[in-house]
Design a protein around this ligand. Structure first.
Ligand code: C6P
Length: 403
């Protein structure tokens, strides 16, 4: 177990001891340690300048700090030299970039894109849009009851007409950690490209991209203790070279004349306009913070909490738990009998407990479960067993008040 008290001291939001604050919604967005906040402030306070174009010293410092974060991302995820790191605004933009830049050029009528029924909308909608535009089709690997993917059906759905499979590493609803290494290997043997949505995995698991060797891997900064407005796309160079730019503007060009233009080298070809300088630098501080604690330690701590929470929630006969994947992150979806998830969330908030309630931007999962919404708790390094005890008491109080 991590020293949660010490960790909480690093997060200003937990330092107001005058009000109770139990944060169990890190899958939505995580809290930020002071190091991240200070790193962003220090950019604005002492070297706020544009990158790649200012010839004065604060501009050079900003450029160095910005580019250093690319190296930190490479180190954290063991990104092989065959791949490049591109900064985007988040997982959503990263997936849209691939869908538009790769998909528009490469998908044809007889082709299909394979995703799964457990995807977040950001890994569904871009593919709906692009398959419609290209007259290709969109297929889904179905769910099975325990919140895992139906592997038999998955094998049947990997067809010679499948051009790309786009799948989450860890589900934001069930917490399921998908067998992506097997899927990537199988896809590779059939010349199918792979895109892994790592939004829920990177903050909680040690991800080794040299081992996984997916064609694309994407994630968001704000779920991994970093700021909002920044995300990452890691892509295989030979694919990125062939792809058209997603956005056009400053910095992504080599030469522009009035009729046509040529493109900058990757990764800058995909970073049009003034980039998210402060956010990228803040992300760097978050990566250092996570690596300092160690992703294995983080994973073990959260696995302990997950088990503790499951044991407690299972004891309450008014709670319906959804899914039971054998490998899962610290995310638990549930409902109360006769009480809407939104009512539960509002009641818990009265006691300073933050949980998420709704469809979690994963409506196909809600359809599968035959519900309109669920409550969801998700844990992080700053949570401990006491948080779960307070949650369990809050749930009991809500049940006795509303029933
Ligand atoms: N899920 C949740 O509460 P953005 O918004 O681009 O940073 O991330 C989108 C996204 C993509 N994939 C997965 C697996 C995700 O969980 C998310 C964001 C949040 O579950 C907000 S809806």
């Amino acid at each position: 177990m991590l020293d949660v008290e010490k960790i909480r001291n690093d997060f200003p939001i937990f330092n107001d001891l005058n009000k109770p604050f139990i944060y169990l919604d890190s899958a939505s967005t995580s809290q930020k340690p002071l190091e991240v906040i200070d790193t962003i402030s220090s950019y604005y306070n002492s070297y706020a300048a544009n990158v790649h174009r200012a010839l004065y010293s604060i501009g050079e410092k900003a450029t160095d700090e910005y580019e250093n974060v690319r190296l930190l991302v490479k180190k954290m995820l063991n990104v092989p030299d065959s791949h490049s790191v591109i900064f985007t605004s988040g997982t959503t933009e990263s997936i849209n970039l691939i869908a538009y830049s790769w998909g528009l050029k490469n998908l044809k009528k007889a082709d299909n894109v394979l995703i799964t029924e457990m995807e977040h909308h950001s890994n569904i909608i871009p593919w709906q849009l692009i398959t419609k535009k290209t007259n290709s089709s969109l297929n889904y690997i179905p769910l099975s009851n325990n919140g895992t993917l139906n592997t038999e059906s998955m094998n049947e759905q990997l067809l010679s007409s499948t051009k790309i499979i786009s799948i989450s590493h860890q589900s934001n609803v069930f917490g399921t950690i998908n067998p992506i290494k097997n899927i990537i290997d199988k896809a590779k043997s059939m010349d199918i490209l792979t895109l892994i949505d790592g939004a829920q995995a990177v903050p909680h698991l040690k991800v080794n991209l040299a081992e996984l060797d997916s064609d694309f891997y994407v994630f968001s900064g704000h779920k991994m203790l970093g700021p909002t407005g920044v995300g990452v796309l890691i892509g295989r160079n030979e694919l990125l070279e062939e792809m058209e730019p997603f956005l056009g503007g400053g910095e992504m060009i080599n030469k522009v004349n009035m009729h046509e233009s040529t493109w900058n080298e990757i990764p800058w070809k995909f970073e049009a306009g003034t980039p998210k300088v402060a956010q990228v630098i803040g992300l760097g501080a978050a990566i250092k913070y996570l690596m300092n604690i160690g992703l294995e330690n983080i994973h073990n701590h959260e696995q302990g909490l997950l088990q503790y929470a499951l044991d407690i929630l299972e004891q309450n006969e008014n709670i319906i738990l959804y899914g039971n994947p054998p490998e899962r992150g610290a995310v638990i979806p549930f409902n109360l009998k006769n009480i809407h998830a939104h009512d539960l969330a509002k009641f818990l908030d009265l006691d300073g407990i933050c949980i998420r309630a709704g469809h979690h931007c994963a409506q196909p999962i809600m359809d599968y479960l035959n519900v309109s919404s669920t409550a969801r708790i998700s844990m992080n390094i700053y949570n401990d067993e006491n948080d779960i005890d307070i949650l369990a008491a809050g749930i009991k109080k809500t049940i006795s008040t509303l029933n």
